[in-house]
Design a protein around this ligand. Structure first.
Ligand SMILES: NC(=O)c1ccc[n+]([C@@H]2O[C@H](COP(=O)([O-])OP(=O)(O)OC[C@H]3O[C@@H](n4cnc5c(N)ncnc54)[C@H](O)[C@@H]3O)[C@@H](O)[C@H]2O)c1
Ligand SMILES: O=c1ccn([C@@H]2O[C@H](COP(=O)(O)OP(=O)(O)O[C@H]3O[C@H](CO)[C@H](O)[C@H](O)[C@H]3O)[C@@H](O)[C@H]2O)c(=O)[nH]1
Length: 333
């Protein structure tokens, strides 16, 4: 029997890569997305319902029309600085709308959920690697809105038959190696996308936020995970739940990191462009080093990353950025 899966936010960067892999794995996918940051052309499998999670009637209609075996919940607002300026929008979209979704799961008897959480729930961890048992002390409304969602899911899981996997993503980057999809997001703030834009002349320069961290070269270290490997983790999580696996919170990272200077050097190497780099002060709240302890996800889900090299992350991110450049107008909705 084909399993029908609801994917909220499936037209977005990460969700669209998962939707493509779900299609390849034989799942019947329904994407529910308001296309606020996502784009319809990124949905390469299944059906797209254009709807907002805040629109409870539309959401109920979607559940009523289908028979979902599981829900993968990606839809969210994701920009940290915006969450500081517009906190209520973040609690509404990330926390309240997750509640709407859980209500639908309750009403329609959906008992499997995979949720997109973030390493931002750890805040500024005092040491790395960061394991799942580290204290969760988010330092911005984005992280708090996601942590509150985790709590709702966990509480509802305790009170019902819901089994869930909460995946805490570290720094997601790269694109589909076959270049069918990638990150469309305009005005991106993530280092690798910003560096690729600088290399292609879409930005005049790149700023390094802080060169005085207690790291080998003074710049921040992060655990960059290829979006294709992250997508596979979702397929693994779904299979785990469908074969009776119990609820868990899992980090999603490789377990090693790269500094800002290392990333910049790699983007310069692959692009062949020596774009200007400005040494700027630290960004408020940026920790020195955030690297995932990733043994749990490997052990529990049997997750086997295929693209665990900065070369492949940067190469695909850069190729995608070039493609976006050349065919910009055709990507407009
Ligand atoms: N990109 C990262 O590095 C990263 C890191 C950690 C966690 N995450 C989480 O992963 C998830 C996906 O992030 P992304 O980078 O793909 O972002 P994205 O903005 O590309 O995707 C989010 C998708 O959700 C949709 N959406 C937003 N609000 C909605 C609503 N109210 N109703 C329906 N659809 C709505 C958007 O249109 C978009 O398609 C998010 O939950 C985010 O918090 C991302
Ligand atoms: O133009 C830039 C952009 C980033 N950085 C540096 O590059 C590193 C990575 O920064 P990103 O903005 O790419 O990502 P963050 O680590 O700040 O955080 C991101 O990944 C987290 C998961 O670890 C959360 O999901 C969070 O919401 C999301 O913004 C940091 O040291 C940052 O200071 C720069 O020097 N210049």
């Amino acid at each position: 029997m084909t399993h029908q899966i609801l994917v909220t936010g499936g037209a977005g960067y990460i969700g669209s890569h998962v939707v493509r892999q779900l299609g390849e794995a034989g799942y019947d996918v329904v994407v529910y997305d308001n296309c606020s940051t996502g784009v319809a052309i990124a949905v390469l499998s299944g059906k797209l319902v254009v709807g907002d999670l805040a629109d409870i009637e539309s959401l109920y209609r979607t559940f009523a029309k289908n028979k979902f075996a599981a829900v993968l919940h990606f839809a969210a607002s994701t920009v940290v600085a915006e969450s500081v300026a517009q906190p209520l929008d973040y609690y509404a979209n990330n926390t309240r709308n997750t509640l709407n979704l859980l209500r639908c799961c309750q009403t329609f008897g959906v008992k499997k959920l995979v949720f997109s959480s973030t390493a931002a729930v750890y805040g500024s961890p005092e040491e790395s690697p960061v394991s799942e048992s580290f204290p969760t002390i988010p330092i911005n409304p984005y992280g708090r809105s996601k942590l509150m969602s985790e709590w709702m899911i966990q509480d509802y899981g305790l009170a019902s038959e819901l089994q869930y996997i909460i995946l805490r993503y570290f720094n997601v980057a790269g694109a589909d190696p076959a270049m069918r999809i990638g990150q469309f997001t305009p005005n991106a703030t993530h280092l690798i996308k910003v560096a690729c834009e600088a290399a292609l002349g879409k930005r005049p320069s790149l700023s390094i936020f802080g060169t005085d961290f207690p790291t080998a070269d003074g710049t921040g270290i992060r655990d960059y995970i290829h979006v294709e490997d992250l997508a596979t983790a979702h397929i693994d999580a779904l299979r785990y739940l469908q074969t009776g696996g119990k609820s868990r919170v899992l980090n999603c990272g490789y377990g090693h990191g790269y500094s800002v200077r290392q990333v910049i050097a790699k983007v310069k190497e692959f692009s062949g462009v020596d774009f200007p780099v400005i040494e700027a002060p630290r960004r408020l709240g940026d920790p020195a080093c955030v690297v995932a302890a990733s043994d749990e996800i490997r052990k529990l889900l049997g997750w086997k990353p295929q693209y665990d090299r900065l070369d492949e992350i940067v190469e695909t991110a850069l190729e995608w950025e070039k493609k976006l450049n050349h065919t910009k107008s055709s990507f407009k909705e």
